[in-house]
Every structure is written in C-alpha cells, then in structure tokens.
Design a protein. Structure first.
Length: 304
C-alpha cells in the first residue's frame, strides 16, 4: 500500500491536471510581444466596470484605458469543435469596450456552434494627439496583428487558416469593416514571424456598425476600401437605430458592385446595441440568420 504522502501527491497532480483541462478552453494571450506600437501621450490605469448577473456571477461590463491589448481565446467543447475561428470586436465608440455584452456572450454563442472565439481587448480610448476626424489607428493595428496571430496558430490550435473571420458590434463593427478592407497594407511595421501570416479575414460580420459612412453623407468613409478582394460580409442592423442603417447599406451596395458575396438584414425594430439579448424584437433573430450564413459560406459544415 502506498504511503499517504504519495497518495496525497498523486491527488494534487490529478487536481492540477483537471484544472488545466478546464482552463484550456479559455486562455488570455498578449497581442504584442512587448509594448504595442503607435502609442502617443499618456494613458491611465486600465479601468473595468462590473455588474452582477442573473445567475449571481459577476461580469465585466465595460473596459477602458486599455494599453495592453490581449486576446481571450475560447475553445468549444471537443465534441462540437470545428476548424473555424472568429475574432470578436466589442463596441463602445472607441471609448470603451462592452466586454461581456458584445464580447464574452458572443464567444459563448460562437462556441455553441463549434467555432473558436478570440475576443480582442483593443486599445481604447482614442490616444492623445490622434486626429479627431479619423478612427484611432491603434485599434486597426491591434486587429491586424490579432488576425495574423490567430492564423499563425492555425496548425497548433487545429484551425483552418482559410476560415478565420471577424465579427464586430457598433464601433467594433467599424473595426471589422476596416480590417476587412485594409489587409493589403499593415498599419505598423512587421515585427516578427507572426506578421508573416496574412491579416486578411476570410469573412466579416458587422452588427449595427457605425462610422462606415462619412458623417452627414451617404458615401463610405475614406478608410473603408471595398474591392473585389474584400472577403464575404454579413450585416445586421435595425431600421430604428440611431446609428443609421445606411452604414450597413452603403457597404453592402459597394460589395455588390465589386461582386463580393454579402448578406444584409435590416430589421424593422431593435434600436442600437441589442447584441444577443432575447428582446422579442425582429433584430433578435440575427444570430440564427448569421449561423445559416456561416453554413452557406462554408465557414462551418457537417464535416467540421
């Protein structure tokens, strides 16, 4: 019979293995190997707002003063896993990040379909000295680097390097559109082997995106460069959104002219910021439409 100390040691090893297995489905990784490029001015300490959830847990509802971008990588259950991955860009007007509502909740939804999710904590708010009439370039840097990062891990993580997309809400929707139309030139100088992997998303989902059209105009913002090489796109917007659905419509029409596959849903009601909430409004059906689109485009399929 083994001594109690040996048995206790074995139990500790077993407990550690179980904890590692549980944690293996959620991992937080740094986007940059050191200080992120493009920093200007000074930034205070990162701030997080939390709130109690119906199940009694506490969730981070908002993040700001982000200076160290990270990716929260969430893997599906082994029985469901597909080889597709989606980078999630929460909204917040480039001032903060709606971390739970448009980040972690979305990751759980993607995981339910067998899709690996990587929620990007990109830099907000706008840096000191940044042009106020342009979106903050640091966010694009973080997005481009993150797409390359996930693609560079495709073999290690069991992903298909040709099924890596982006999904964004509100300002995060703009970031998704921005990264989907600016992959031909990085917003930063390559720094290591990770940047050898393409930063072009294979598909893009924009949910109530803002800033895609010029303020007070009906044409695309100058940083949104739709071409025939732009990846397939999906849009969901509510007609009564204070952030005009013309943002989605204008880009959809540009994609159609460029002969890029695209799907557009303008719902009668839903307002702004509905996320995945079961509101009973027409806009609440967008996740089902998006899942069907994933199947149509071959992002996920029965063969996994």
């Amino acid at each position: 019979m083994k001594p109690l100390s040996a048995i206790f040691g074995m139990l500790l090893i077993l407990c550690h293995a179980i904890l590692c297995l549980a944690d293996s489905t959620r991992t937080t990784l740094d986007v940059w190997p050191g200080k992120a490029p493009g920093e200007t001015g000074t930034m205070g300490e990162e701030q997080a707002k939390t709130a109690k959830q119906p199940d009694g847990s506490t969730a981070i509802t908002s993040l700001t003063n982000v200076s160290k971008p990270t990716l929260l990588v969430c893997r599906p259950d082994a029985a469901k896993i597909t080889r597709a991955a989606v980078l999630v860009f929460p909204g917040g007007g480039y001032n903060n990040l709606a971390w739970d509502h448009e980040g972690e909740q979305v990751a759980r939804w993607l995981n339910s379909m067998g899709v690996t999710a990587a929620v990007l904590k990109y830099r907000v708010p706008r840096r000191e000295g940044s042009p106020k009439d342009q979106p903050p370039i640091q966010a694009l840097m973080d997005a481009q680097r993150s797409i390359s990062f996930v693609r560079s891990k495709a073999t290690e993580w069991g992903l298909d390097a040709k099924r890596i997309g982006v999904l964004g809400f509100s300002a995060g929707g703009h970031l998704a559109a921005w990264s989907a139309t600016n992959f031909d030139k990085r917003a930063y100088d390559k720094i290591d082997a990770t940047d050898e992997a393409s930063c072009r998303p294979d598909f893009a989902v924009m949910v109530y995106p803002g800033g895609v059209i010029k303020r007070g105009a009906h044409e695309l913002s100058p940083e949104i460069h739709v071409t025939s090489q732009t990846p397939p796109c999906f849009f969901a917007h509510a007609n009564d959104d204070k952030v005009s659905p013309e943002n989605s419509v204008a880009m959809y029409l540009a994609l159609r002219s460029a002969k890029v596959p695209a799907e557009l849903h303008i719902y009668a009601a839903g307002g702004h910021g509905f996320g995945l909430r079961p509101t009973g409004m027409p806009s609440a059906t967008w996740p089902d439409r998006c899942e069907a689109w994933f199947h149509t485009m071959g992002v996920i399929d029965s063969k996994k």
